[in-house]
Design a protein around this ligand. Structure first.
Ligand code: ADP
Ligand code: ZN
Ligand code: ZN
Length: 750
């Protein structure tokens, strides 16, 4: 073999290391009998040690000189863990968001697969239904309840089930199995149990065997039109399902899910936060009888791995998950739904800063399946895509069923005394509704007791020593907490500055409003729903369930309550304070405020009873607020888009943010200053470079933060710049304690 021949037969490997690029290796020595395939994990020599990696290319031609090429140390898997399409998607994502490909790829795998240990494929003996079982009449097994049980369980699982799991569920059922086999209704099979343990029992948990299915609702004309539009297409197409809260978007999802499943496709549903998954999961499980998998951040490693494997193995047909679920392999993917597509939580805010919503569209393109983005308050990006015809715009303009749109009233609180943040008019209305047996929801996006503690004698205020931020008073723990760096201090009894005894909480947080409400409404059950009160697993679900049953006349909460929850009994929504959004520095502040207001307002009057929303504000004449209240979200969005167009801001341009932070101000600014000099000659005339400038919160967790913004008229121009620029930035000399990263399509801090 000559050197040149050898160089052609290289393997390209994504190595799990914080370095850009892919690495080429020679095949292992001696050559293993099984073929080397993409998607197989390997152990490779790397630096002075060894790392786990994954083959992403076979038979590649390398540019490395032969003497630098090393052979792979070992193949870890007998079969690929990821298919060609999954690999392509993950590598594309890493490239677009400028992340290290190996890190991105292994970050998308269950934790166990990131370790350099081989997995042994095992099989388990099990049972599957035969085609005859499908043709069986329902009453045929009336005399044989054990056999009927087995059959129902296999049907519910939607896949083969291993014998041990059957026994775990039904007890000893050998006789029933034998009888069913003799009738030709079931057959023995070997189940790929995956990697060295059984997932069979878990696969049954949500099979919903024996649960009576809810019937599908008859769709109204708009819902039907939306459904047909998606169903009549073939292959990839992106749709915006733009429907006011309660207009029946979820109902449209359910119909689409059912028809996709019936055609043999898998469905991926992405939701903003875990808070929404249990409710949606239940609604799905009541309607579609297929094995489902759920993926979100509060799962343990093992649960996460099982869900991943079931989706990747094609066992789970419906995957419901948050942001990171977008990377889950699904061999038969036939439909992707992104619910509440405008939500900020689809954007990862550290490490690889991807947008799961945008990646979902890319994924649908690769898998040639439809993608449905749903929202009552679509993001301006998505609306612009719809206007340009890239996405098809489907509108549900009215609430489904009997519910009517809520009435929005504005309370000017400039000249009014507030009682713990609540004005007189709101308090009165609350009493009326509660006495009438209705439900009230109060919204305040600030947790804790009060956002700051002050000294009445000297004017001292509680500030975080590490951040440009104030410490929030949390009464429940008697502590001052920083919501930005996590600093926690005991509540001082005297002013740390003048030692005066008169320390006063200033302003309202949810804890304080809760206290006030308990006094104004003695004996009335109420729940505060925020991150603090729902820390315990299952607590949010428990509170929401009680609210749905009508057991909680008063609900008080943050952002967490604004989203998607269907609470039919609410007739009054009070919004205590949204004013920060009106004058935020971020160019998206107004869009966010409008979305939040509409989403919160949408919680009112979702069933038969009409709803009222009372908005407290000190800026009743603010033009954006007036337009929103007078003409609604679509008119607001249209005007906001015009402003963005005039200012050439996204979606009319594309941005990337280079962020840096360091313990000292100079280091971050200096580094970005040098990066700017490198970018200038590459940028050309159409790419604007802004900064470097201090970040909106300049000091955070003891680090000084700065940023440099690049803005281009087209995505391709921006990506072109990044390709040439970032390698130069990486080569810049920088102090060891400086951190930097790039954020493509940034959503925050602008
Ligand atoms: P969204 O997801 O847009 O907020 P949902 O799908 O949750 O709306 O529907 C809101 C309410 O209206 C639900 O109680 C749902 O059962 C009901 N609903 C939806 N579609 C219909 C329909 N076609 N006929 C009657 N009720 C419907
Ligand atoms: Zn003082
Ligand atoms: Zn802090």
């Amino acid at each position: 073999m000559t050197g040149a021949d050898r160089a052609e037969g290289c393997l390209r490997v994504a190595v799990a290391a914080p370095l850009p690029g892919l690495f080429d290796y020679l095949p292992p020595q001696p050559l293993p009998r099984r073929p080397m395939e993409s998607g197989v994990r390997v152990l490779v020599p790397f630096g002075r040690g060894r790392r786990v990696g994954m083959i992403v290319g076979v038979g590649v031609q390398t540019t490395l000189p032969p003497e630098r090429l090393k052979p792979i140390a070992a193949l870890l898997d007998e079969q690929p863990l990821l298919g060609a399409q999954d690999l392509r998607f993950l590598l594309w994502s890493a490239e677009y968001y400028r992340c290290n490909p190996g890190e991105a790829l292994f970050g998308a795998l269950p934790a166990r697969l990131r370790r350099p240990r081989p997995l042994v494929q095992t099989t388990l003996p099990g049972w599957r239904l035969t085609p005859d079982a499908d043709r069986l009449r329902a009453e045929a097994l009336r005399r044989a309840p054990r056999q009927a049980q087995v059959l129902a369980l296999l049907r519910g699982a939607g896949a083969a089930v291993d014998t041990a799991s059957l026994r775990a569920r039904l007890g000893d059922c050998a006789a029933a199995l034998k009888a069913l086999q003799a009738k030709g209704l079931i057959a023995r099979c070997q189940i790929q149990s995956g990697w060295d343990d059984a997932a069979g029992v878990d696969a049954l948990e949500d099979g919903a065997a024996g649960v009576a299915m809810e019937a599908a609702l008859a769709l109204n004309a708009e819902q039907q039109a939306a459904l047909s539009a998606v169903e009549e297409g073939d292959g990839f197409r992106c749709f915006l399902l733009d429907g006011v809260t309660g207009s029946g978007k979820t109902e449209v999802y359910l119909h689409l899910i059912a028809s996709t499943l019936a055609r043999g496709g898998q469905v991926m549903v992405l939701v903003p936060e875990i808070g929404l998954t249990p409710q949606l999961q239940r609604r799905f499980a009541e309607r579609v009888r297929v094995p489902m998998a759920v993926l979100h951040s509060s799962l343990g490693e093992r649960e996460r791995e099982i869900a991943w494997r079931r989706a990747a193995g094609g066992v789970a047909r419906l995957l419901l998950g948050t942001r990171s679920a977008v990377f889950t392999p699904m061999p038969d993917l036939g439909l992707i739904i992104v619910d509440e597509e405008h939500d900020l939580s689809f954007k990862q805010q550290d490490g690889c800063r991807y947008s799961a919503r945008d990646l979902a569209v890319r994924r649908g393109q690769q898998a040639r399946c439809p993608v449905l983005l749903g929202s009552a308050t679509p993001s301006l990006e998505t609306l612009q895509n719809a206007r340009q015809g890239r996405y098809r715009h489907l509108i549900l303009s009215r609430r489904a069923g009997a519910a009517r749109d809520p009435r929005i009233l504005v309370a000017d609180i400039r000249a009014q005394p507030l009682e713990s943040g609540i004005c007189h008019a709101l308090m009165q209305r609350m009493h009326v509704e509660v006495e009438a047996g209705n439900q009230v929801l109060l919204f305040l996006n600030r947790r804790g007791f009060s956002p700051v503690l002050t000294c009445h004698d000297c004017g001292w205020i509680s500030e975080c020593p590490n951040c440009d931020a104030r410490l929030t008073l949390h009464r429940a723990h008697n502590r001052l907490l920083c919501h930005h760096c996590g600093l926690s201090r005991p509540l001082p009894s005297h002013c740390p500055y003048c030692e005066g005894p008169d320390l006063r909480p200033l302003g309202q947080g949810t804890e304080r409003v809760e206290d006030a409400l308990r006094q104004s409404f003695p004996g009335i059950p109420l729940a505060r729903i925020d991150r603090d009160s729902t820390r315990r697993r299952g607590e949010l679900e428990r509170l929401l369930a009680a609210a749905r049953r009508g057991e909680l006349p008063i609900l008080l909460g943050t952002q967490m309550l604004a989203k998607g929850h269907h609470l039919p009994g609410i007739t009054l929504v009070g919004i205590l304070d949204l004013d920060q959004g009106l004058y935020g520095s971020d160019f998206r502040a107004a869009e966010r405020m409008a979305q939040l207001l509409v989403q919160v307002a949408g919680r009112a009057g979702r069933a038969q009873r009409p709803g009222t929303v009372l908005l407290q504000t000190r800026h009743p004449r603010h033009p954006l607020l007036e337009r929103l209240l007078r003409a609604g979200y679509p008119a607001f969005a249209a005007a906001a888009l015009e402003e963005r167009r005039a200012a050439a801001l996204p979606p009319f341009s594309h941005q990337a943010l280079l962020r840096a932070d360091s313990p000292t101000e100079r280091a971050a600014m200096d580094f970005l200053g040098q990066a700017l000099e490198l970018a200038r000659p590459l940028a050309g005339r159409d790419i604007a470079l802004w900064g470097p400038a201090p970040a909106a919160m300049e000091r955070r967790a003891g680090r000084i933060r700065a940023q440099l913004l690049a803005q281009a008229p087209a995505r391709a121009r921006l990506q072109g710049l990044l390709s040439r620029w970032l390698p130069l930035v990486r080569a810049l000399p920088a102090p060891g304690d400086l951190r930097w990263g790039v954020d493509v399509d940034p959503q925050e801090g602008l």
